[in-house]
Ligand binder design. Structure first.
Ligand code: PLP
Length: 453
C-alpha cells in the first residue's frame, strides 16, 4: 500500500493542478487518427511495469489525445463538468468496487440510489410515487422507456414477442437515441414517425394528433410518444402539456427526454420546463450533462414501475433472495450496477439545491449576454431562440463562410464550438455548461470570432 499511497497523493495533486490551470491545455486534441494506437505497443506487457513508466506514458501519449471536456473553453454539444466532490466520490466508489446486482450485494448502493433520485424527484416537483433509477446514458434510459412503453401496450410480448406494427412518435428535432432505441428493440425505423416542428423547432401537437388518427386507421398500434424538453440542436422545448393531453386521451405512453434541460428544473425560475411532465409516463434527465456529475449518470423516472418490471424482470435461481430489499436488476437490462449514486450524493450535498441553481442561473445569463451581442451585430443572424445555455447563430452568408468560421475557431484548439443544421443552413452552436466557464472565456471567444471573420 506504500506505493498506492504515494501515487495517490501525487495523482490528486496532478488532478488539482489540472483543474486549476486549464489554459495549459488546448481544448481540442491535435492528434491524427491512429496516432495513439501507433504510439502504443501492439502487444500487452508480459510482466508488470512501474507506475513511473505508466504515468510518464499517460502524460506523453494519452494526454495529447484528450479533448478536454472539463475545460472552460469547451463550448460544443452540451458542455459538462466533473466537479471536485464528484471526482473524489468516484475514487471512493472505485475503491469499494461495490456491485449492486442485488440489494444484498451492497445495500447502500441501492438505497443511496433510491434516496438521491428521490431528492431530485422532489426538487423537480414530480409526483412522490414516481420510481427512478440510474443508468449510464440517456440513450440507455430511453431504450428502457421504449421497452416499458411496449410492455404497457402489449403486456404479453414478454412471452410472445412483439407485433410488427407498433409506432413511436417524436419530433423531427428529437435526439437520434429515440430512433436507435426503436431500431434496437425491433420497432423498426420506418415505424418511427418524426412529427413536424414549428418556427421555434417545437413539436406541433396537431400534427401528432393527425398522425395518430392516420396510423390507427391503417391498423397500426401507437405505442410511445417522445417529447423533448431541450432538444440537442437548439434546446427547443416541446409543448408537453398539449402532447400529454393527446397521450392521455389516446392511452399512449409518453416519455419525456429532458437529458440536458432537466437539470435546469432545480432553478425555481425554470420549474416551468417540466410543466405537464407529471402527466407523462417516464422522464429521462442526465446529471452528467448539466448537474456537475461526471460521465456517466442518467436518471430514468417512471410512474409505471410495473411496466418496467414487466419488460425486464427475470430472476435466475442463483439470484433469488429472501430479503425485502429492492433489486434494481428487475427494472432494466444490466445486472451489474456501478455505485453512481455516490458521486450524485456528493454533488447534491456539497452544492445544495441553491448552489446548483446559482451555477445554472449564471450560465444561462452568460448565454443570454452572448445571444444579445450576436443579435446586435448586423454581420450575424440568430438561428433559434435561446431559452437556456445554448446559442445557435450564423454569419449572414453562405454555409461555406460559416464552415470556415467554425474551422478557424476550432483550428486554434483554444475553443471547441460545434455546429448543427437548421432549416437547411449550417449553424454554429455555442453551449455554456462547464462549471469553470466565466464571462472572460466568452469575451475571449467573441474576440476570436471577430478576428476570424
Ligand atoms: N437526448 C438529448 C436531448 C440529447 O441531447 C442527448 C445527447 O446529447 C441524448 C439524449 C443522448 O445522451 P447520452 O449521451 O447520455 O446517451
Amino acid at each position: 500500500m506504500r506505493e498506492f499511497r504515494e501515487w495517490g497523493h501525487k495523482l490528486i495533486d496532478w488532478v488539482a493542478d489540472y483543474l486549476d490551470s486549464p489554459g495549459a491545455y488546448p481544448v481540442l486534441s491535435g492528434v491524427q487518427p491512429n496516432d495513439i494506437i501507433n504510439a502504443l505497443p501492439p502487444r500487452g506487457p508480459d510482466s508488470g511495469e512501474p507506475m513511473e513508466q505508466i504515468f510518464a506514458d499517460f502524460e506523453r501519449i494519452i494526454l495529447p489525445g484528450i479533448t478536454h471536456w472539463n475545460h472552460p473553453d469547451f463550448l460544443a454539444y452540451f458542455a459538462i463538468t466533473a466537479s471536485p466532490p464528484a471526482i473524489l466520490a468516484e475514487l471512493l466508489a472505485t475503491a469499494l468496487n461495490a456491485n449492486g446486482i442485488l440489494w444484498k450485494t451492497s445495500p447502500a448502493v441501492t438505497e443511496l440510489e433510491i434516496v438521491t433520485v428521490g431528492w431530485l424527484r422532489d426538487w423537480f416537483g414530480l409526483p412522490h410515487d414516481w420510481f427512478g433509477m440510474i443508468h449510464d446514458t440517456a440513450s440507455t434510459s430511453t431504450l428502457h422507456a421504449l421497452a416499458a412503453a411496449r410492455a404497457y401496450t402489449v403486456p404479453e410480448l414478454r412471452d410472445e414477442g412483439a407485433p410488427r406494427n407498433l409506432i413511436v412518435y417524436c419530433s423531427e428535432q428529437a435526439h437520434s437515441s429515440i430512433e436507435k432505441g426503436a431500431m434496437a428493440l425491433g420497432f423498426g425505423r420506418k415505424n418511427v414517425r418524426k412529427i413536424g416542428t414549428d418556427a421555434e423547432f417545437r413539436m406541433r401537437p396537431e400534427l401528432l394528433a393527425e398522425q395518430i388518427v392516420a396510423d390507427r386507421a391503417a391498423g397500426l398500434i401507437p405505442c410511445c410518444i417522445v417529447a423533448t424538453v431541450g432538444t440537442t440542436s437548439t434546446t427547443s422545448i416541446d409543448p408537453v402539456p398539449a402532447i400529454a393531453a393527446i397521450a392521455n386521451r389516446e392511452n399512449i405512453w409518453l416519455h419525456v427526454d429532458a437529458a440536458y434541460a432537466g437539470s435546469a428544473a432545480v432553478v425555481p425560475e425554470f420549474h416551468w420546463l417540466l410543466d405537464g411532465v407529471g402527466l407523462a409516463n417516464s422522464l429521462v434527465f442526465n446529471p452528467h450533462k448539466w448537474l456537475l456529475v461526471p460521465v456517466d449518470c442518467s436518471i430514468l423516472y417512471t410512474r409505471d414501475r410495473a411496466a418496467l418490471r414487466q419488460a425486464f424482470s427475470l430472476i435466475p435461481e442463483y439470484l433469488e433472495t429472501a430479503d425485502s430489499g429492492l433489486n434494481l436488476m428487475d427494472y432494466g437490462i444490466p445486472l451489474g450496477r456501478r455505485f453512481r449514486a455516490l458521486k450524485l450524493w456528493f454533488v447534491l450535498r456539497y452544492y445544495g439545491r441553491d448552489g446548483l441553481a446559482d451555477i445554472i442561473r449564471k450560465q444561462v445569463a452568460m448565454a443570454r449576454e452572448f445571444y444579445l451581442r450576436i443579435e446586435a451585430d448586423a454581420r450575424f443572424e440568430i438561428s433559434a431562440p435561446s431559452p437556456l445555455s445554448v446559442v445557435c447563430f450564423r454569419l449572414r452568408g453562405s454555409d461555406e463562410a460559416n464552415r470556415e468560421l467554425l474551422d478557424r475557431i476550432n483550428g486554434t484548439r483554444r475553443f471547441f464550438v460545434s455546429h448543427t443544421v437548421l432549416n437547411g443552413k449550417f449553424v454554429l452552436h455555442v453551449a455554456i455548461g462547464n462549471l469553470w466557464t466565466a464571462q472572460a472565456n466568452i469575451d475571449e471567444l467573441w474576440r476570436l470570432v471577430n478576428s476570424s471573420i
